[in-house]
Design a protein around this ligand. Structure first.
Ligand SMILES: *Cc1c(COP(=O)(O)O)cnc(C)c1O
Length: 486
């Protein structure tokens, strides 16, 4: 299996060569030369597998340069009930990503697949935990080391730190806005005492943190000498790891491959739902993939109109589902590549237009950039939008009807999924976080605190380890160099 860049750069690397990287050299995103297919017989055989072994089967199709036995060992080490143990009462923790029926109306069925039982209580653990083990494995094979530099306003940073803590050959330098994260999220990150994890609280906002990371990345000499890498949502291995739970959800919801299911995915950077698209391209019988956005509805706008219009940072709203507060959807380019039937020249032109003019238009109207929007239906995509009032109403309704507290992002998913139900086709909503992470809104909706999983009762009281820094690129460079000794 070789990989291509969406923008046409022709080097055809293999899985391990793109594992530690982000963008392709031409600024594009990596995709396999062609999607591997899963036959009906294979799918049937996969019905019996544990999550870890299912993950190994999926990964083997994409990582043909890692011996199959090594893959099986890595996934078994990653997907253990002990890692995914923070379940709510009622989740069957022997089942990683357990699926439950939330409600049925006649032939219509709404299901919830729990992805947030990992160490940081959000779905990003599903992929990031595997990435930690894959990175350690690949670095050991090459006798190399890696210094991960990132910026976070919450979920990504903590998932990365919990995945990389204690890993040989890896350090994590994570920038976050000083005093701007919730007490819970701050405690989750800053209470880590592992010597390879460095929390840097920047005197500024999230954008300042991101600008510092960009500033460092633009210094190619520094980046090379300090072995700087990232783990952001465009990382190909993260996307592949997410493909697994679509298979798992499908297999748990069906008894025969003649049946179809749909998924609704609370979306921001289009990373999670991109994995669903890939699962479908591999042959998984998915009916609809429904993109659920919050007030930052860049993606909903595209799936309704064919116009992709990125927002300026100042236009990005701070909402009560903050992990979906995006101005542009960084993985969307992968889907557009397929929509254009792999025409890298046109894709490059469209994304140059995004940089120059803020967007493109595939609606087919006079003067537009193309008419591919007409084909979106063939890929089975639909979309919906949910705002703060919807979120509160959905959290209250699910609590009253089912006695279940859901988080704000999952609430956006359920709100949108209920608009998209079809007779005879189960709709699976991906639960992306546990409510304890977003307690302020749970209090607003329900007048009480969200339940905390065992082990999280007093995390705000744990000793914290972090350094405060001005929003200054040179300061972070000095900080990193002093600690790597490179
Ligand atoms: C990251 C995140 C999302 C958005 O996922 P994308 O892959 O960026 O679309 C949704 N919900 C939660 C809780 C998240 O942490």
């Amino acid at each position: 299996m070789h990989y291509i860049s969406t923008r046409g750069h022709a080097s055809a690397p293999r899985f391990c060569e793109i594992l530690l990287g982000g963008l392709a050299p031409d600024g594009g995103l990596y995709l396999p030369q062609s999607y591997p297919k899963v036959s009906g017989d294979e799918l049937n055989a996969w019905r019996q597998l544990s999550y870890a072994d299912l993950a190994a089967e999926v990964l083997k199709k994409f990582a043909t340069d890692i011996p199959a036995d090594d893959i099986a060992e890595l996934t078994r080490r990653t997907y253990t009930a002990a890692v995914y143990c923070n379940g709510r009462p009622g989740d069957d923790l022997s089942q990683i990503t357990p699926l439950r029926v939330l409600e049925t109306q006649g032939e219509r069925k709404l299901m919830l697949q729990a992805l947030s039982n990992g160490p940081t209580l959000a779905f990003k653990d599903m992929a990031m935990q595997l990435l930690g083990n894959l990175f350690e494995y690949a670095l050991a094979r090459q006798g190399a080391e890696l210094n991960i530099l990132g910026a976070t306003s919450g979920d990504t940073g903590s998932a990365a730190e919990y995945a990389m803590r204690g890993k040989r050959g890896i350090r994590v330098f994570m920038l976050s806005p000083h005093l701007k994260m919730s007490a819970f999220q701050t405690a989750q990150m800053f209470s880590l005492q592992d010597p390879n994890i460095f929390n840097i609280a920047v005197k500024g906002v999230f954008d300042d943190c991101q600008d510092m990371v960009k500033g460092v990345s633009h210094d190619l000499g520094f980046k090379a000498s300090q072995k700087i890498g990232t783990v952001n949502s465009i990382n190909w291995a993260r996307v592949v790891a997410q493909v697994v739970y679509y298979f798992r959800g499908y297999l748990a919801a069906t008894t025969s491959n003649d049946q179809k299911v749909s998924f609704t995915v609370p979306s921001g950077n289009f990373g999670n739902i991109c994995a669903g698209h890939i699962a479908r391209m591999m042959g998984l019988p998915i009916s609809k993939l429904v993109v659920a956005t919050n007030e930052n509805d860049v993606l909903h706008e595209f799936f309704q109109t064919g116009v992709y219009r990125v927002r300026k940072s100042a236009e990005t709203l701070h909402t009560s589902s903050p992990s979906m507060d995006i101005s542009k959807a960084s993985n969307f380019e992968r889907f557009v590549y397929d929509l254009l039937d792999g025409d890298a020249d046109r894709l490059r032109a469209l994304f140059r237009k995004v940089e120059a003019e803020g967007g493109f238009d595939l609606s087919g109207r006079p003067g537009s950039d193309g008419d591919e929007f007409a084909k979106v239906g063939r890929f089975g995509f639909a979309s919906g939008r949910s705002a703060h009032a919807d979120r509160l109403a959905t959290i209250r309704d699910v609590d009253a009807r089912h006695g279940l507290t859901i988080d704000t992002h999952t609430a956006d998913g359920i709100k949108v999924a209920r608009e998209q139900l079809e007779d005879g086709i189960p709709m699976i909503v991906l639960e992306t976080a546990l409510p304890a992470k977003f307690n302020e809104t749970i209090r607003e909706a329900l007048g009480r605190d969200a339940e905390r999983p065992a082990g999280f009762e007093n995390i705000e009281a744990l000793p914290q380890r972090f350094d405060v820094m001005d929003a200054d690129v040179d300061a972070v460079k000095r900080y990193v160099a002093e600690r790597t000794g490179l």
